[in-house]
Design a protein around this ligand. Sequence first.
Ligand code: DGL
Length: 263
Amino acid sequence: MDKRPIGVFDSGVGGIAVFREIIKYNPNENIVYLGDTKSFPYGSKSKESIVELTKKGIEFLINKGVKQIVIACGTATSQALDEVKKLYNIPIIGIINSTVEYIEQKNMKNVGVMATAGTIRSNAWKNSILQKIPDANVINKACALLAPMAEEGWIDNEIAVLTIKEYLKDLKDKNLQALILGCTHYPLFKKIIKNELQENVDIIDTGEILSKALKKELIQNSMENNETEPKYEIYLTDTETNFKNVASKLLGNNMQEIKLAKE
Ligand code: DGL
């Protein structure tokens, strides 16, 4: 048993959608969350910048005494995970591997990926899928506006519907078996996305799959916490604007007071 918290990291509120899934599948775990709102958005930044920002985030969480890091950000997973894994002596997981394993298990070969421009440019999803399923057909779609809209809380208005319709034009009627929400901000739009696609497309929330994998990993490493009454802490690197509103919709009663992360 290991009572230390799990550190969860994202550029903003998207990782809160992962946080929600982590506590669903790992209800006894303590969590420290860091949203790097000062540097949001990550999706338009270079790989070098993403690696530097991810290192800073991980170091903040390590200083909070966490036992495990979850990179709850598709952009940081796609461009920084391999680098930071080499640098820190702590288990670190991102959102890609467990999802690709899920796709392989389900024998899905026609897969769409919606993600930030940086994630799509890195080709991380496509490469990881093709490594496991060489004959897969992967259709990428960069959706630069969605993460900023989620931060703004525009997740269920007319503009959100129109924007999603526009992005889905390239993914519709392609016989997709699965559509990966490759940015952790996108589950906030899941309802709208679902309405726009055929019934049988599996819309994959990477946070849910990651959270199940995390549970397995914690048990395997004898690192799970069996105590009840978990504690949650939420830090941001800059003042919040709409973070609290959006995060409260996801976390409900589990929402915490937001603290400012001091360097
Ligand atoms: N939530 C992040 C992701 O999963 C990034 C959004 C951003 O900072 O651009 O990619």
